[in-house]
Ligand binder design. Structure first.
Ligand code: C2E
Ligand code: CA
Ligand code: CA
Ligand code: CA
Length: 275
């Protein structure tokens, strides 16, 4: 029972619909999972298209739920963002990714996704600094991926944060390019090192002329602005061949590997090279 503020009590379950209850359970579960160390960072290789070399791994969060098994981020990140738990979760990912990457060959970078909530948190610079110091990882090996939604509001504060990160040596990628409120002016207003072309354009490469045109435009833009372009969600050789022809810098996708645990990184580094 819970006081409703007017001195009367009611059972708060009765006023709550099933969805709200499920949410509350998930939130409690999330907090407990952080305590119990149930989160794990998986890695997916990113290859240089021209040489075939693995140049980086993207860190992708997984929840090892004792009853429900491995849970993908789409099922818990939105709630973690609403409740603010994403800040703690994000710090866990940063620390894990930097620590893991410190043991990889030093020409292999690590990319970490930042939630807009985490990006706006006053702790961000301190958490990045702390993760780098604790792991001993060279800041130049860390890439932070942000989405266009971060750029929408308070561009002054955003710009300051981006400049601070880059001054540390960290690189910034614009994730899911083409899906949000893509504006070419972002590329001029904000300092990006890399554009990640969203999977939806890659998956429609063979069937839609306009997807091909968009990829051609983005890779061309990247080339002239000196920004690396990475294609996401590359699943077959035909897509890779088209990307190579358009001069896309890097490729990532199931064609090379699904995201796997840190213990599989050595195997993924040795995996099949591009032809
Ligand atoms: P994203 O950053 O766009 O990550 C790429 C997603 O595409 C990953 O899904 C990856 O497993 C999937 N993927 C990679 N290659 C292929 C492919 O060839 N085909 C297909 N169909 N899918 C592919 P995942 O791991 O489920 O992550 C989903 C989203 O959750 C990520 O999208 C990212 O936005 C978010 N996320 C993951 N980890 C973190 C994290 O540590 N922090 C934050 N804030 N968000 C995260
Ligand atoms: Ca990403
Ligand atoms: Ca993406
Ligand atoms: Ca995405």
């Amino acid at each position: 029972a819970k006081a409703d503020g007017r001195g009367t009590y009611r059972f708060f379950e009765t006023g709550m619909d099933a969805r709200a209850q499920a949410r509350r359970l998930l939130e409690m579960d999330l907090r407990a999972a952080l305590q119990r160390d149930e989160f794990e960072v998986f890695y997916q290789p990113i290859r240089d298209v021209a040489s075939g070399r693995v140049v980086a791994f993207e860190a992708l969060l997984r929840w090892n739920h004792p009853q429900r098994g491995l849970i993908a981020p789409i099922h818990f990140i939105p709630l973690a963002e609403e409740t603010g738990l994403i800040v703690q979760l994000g710090e866990f990912v940063l620390r894990s990714a930097c620590t893991d990457a410190a043991s990889w060959p030093d020409d292999v970078d690590v990319a970490v996704n930042l939630s807009p909530v985490q990006f706006k948190s006053p702790n961000l610079i301190a958490s990045v600094t702390e993760a780098l110091a604790a792991s001993g990882l060279d800041a130049r090996r860390l890439e932070l991926e942000i989405t266009e939604s971060v750029l929408l509001q308070n561009s002054e504060a955003t710009l300051t944060t981006l400049h601070e990160l880059r001054a540390m040596g960290v690189r910034i990628s614009l994730d899911d390019f083409g899906t949000g409120y893509s504006s070419l002016s972002y590329l001029r207003s904000f300092p990006f090192d890399k554009i990640k072309i969203d999977r939806s354009f890659v998956s429609e490469l063979a069937t839609r002329e306009d997807s091909m045109a968009i990829i051609r435009a983005v890779t061309g833009l990247g080339r002239s602005l000196g920004i690396v372009t990475t294609a996401e969600g590359v699943e077959n050789d035909a897509q890779l061949e088209l990307l190579r022809r358009e001069g896309c810098t890097q490729a990532q996708g199931y064609l090379f590997s699904k995201p796997r645990p840190a213990s599989d990184v050595a195997m993924m580094l040795e995996g099949p090279r591009l032809r």
